[in-house]
Write a protein that binds this ligand. Sequence first.
Ligand code: NAD
Length: 497
Amino acid sequence: MTDILDHWVGGAAWQGASTRTAPVYNPALGAVQKEVRLATSADVDAAVVVTAAAWPAWRDTSIAKRTSVLFAFRELLNARKDELAAILTAEHGKVLSDALGEIARGLEVVDFACGVGHLTKGTYSENVSSGVDVYTVRQPIGVVGVISPFNFPAMVPMWFFPIALAAGNAVVLKPSEKDPTASIWMAQLLREAGLPDGVFTVVNGDKEAVDALLVHPDIRSISFVGSTPIAQYIYQTAATHGKRVQALGGAKNHMLVLPDADLDLAADAAVNAGFGSAGERCMAVSVVLATEQIADALVEKIAERMATLRTGDGTRGCDMGPLITREHRDKVAGYLDVAASDGATVVVDGRGVEVDGDADGFWLGPTLIDRVPLDSAVYTDEIFGPVLSIVRVEGYQDGLDIINRGRYGNGTAIFTNDGGAARRFQREVQVGMVGVNVPIPVPVAYHSFGGWKASLFGDAKAYGPQGFEFFSQEKAITSRWLDPSHGGLNLGFPQNA
Ligand code: NAD
């Protein structure tokens, strides 16, 4: 009998009425390890009813009590992070050290949410008119929806739910159906941490569950992370139904290496940021833009480093694990044929990689393609795998123009020892997160995360101060305590008095 993963509703596992399930693989074994239930829209409605019923009491719980739950969650997660890392490796495939890194980044947002009281402070203007004061408070928005992708099954939910809960909202999370167990595990941990039943709900599912959330009148906002076509659909549909939306999409991140850069540093960065998590990161470096003067030397240094990487089962101390599904692996590997027919040079072909793992795993080794033409699908598509492209550029301006013409604007980096060039780049590049000699410039939890252009639909980034603003709404109060208590009739706007 295969295990079936349930939903999490009312503080307990819940089956719902759906008979549909989807397989959850261990990508390093290429084998199904469990099934996950796929909610119907009626299941989603039932789950939202429970969550909405739990919300008012949580909204009215003091900030001190709400954050004490998050402090307890933080302690429990720290103590038991190895359990969660094992789940991530078993379902996503990323190596254990990387899984622990993902959890650490999620925990940073929990840390931030523990201090939410600081952000709830409103503003106050005394005596704006005689005896009249105006002040603002920030209040929770209600039941919020979170829809997450497969590539960070713990961190991306943690970008949102700690702040949403600390701000006094109730949460319905719809994780990726490819690796859903981490969300259920975190739901159990929140319960152990003292979160009242019903305040945090997980509905497993696919498009049917997502669509039900997008139109549900009791869901006040949608926080989405995933591919650009779906992000755009989510943004349009949820906004049409009157919701606040932040929809983070795909990426194609460039790293520009100027001739004066430290080439060893740049080669290390390209390899780490290109092949970490098998390139299945929205902040992965996908394209290295190198000037002709240094391109040959840089390609050689990158290839040397790639030869030392071990691809294999994430539990065996390897550097890089498998891809998420067989179909995705085949699609990514297909870009090697595209590269060859488009006239690019395949420097390292990951298809023949020797693997420390089961032969049926969804493997593709680190791959390097040089002289990639800008009209090749290798350059224009988000590949989302361990494929690093080199594009040769004439100089700074050529590199900058290529980046700025791109459809996406998630992350980018410049490698140089010239402070003036770096400063210019930071001002001129049309990308939301910029690294200077830092290849994956993910902002810490007290800043906010989000790209530009097709990498983010909506105007609120994830976590940090913008995350709190998204999960709260401002109320402005104009107050008068008269003495004597009645000011008489006056139908006009007040004249300043
Ligand atoms: P995806 O878009 O396929 O799925 C994301 C979520 O949407 C999942 O929960 C899935 O069930 C749901 N979904 C899928 N198809 C749907 C449809 N037709 N209608 C409604 N819902 C649907 O993305 P993925 O493959 O899970 O994740 C990888 C993508 O996410 C990459 O494009 C990556 O760049 C992006 N990503 C972006 C960021 C960011 O911060 N910008 C972070 C992580 C991942």
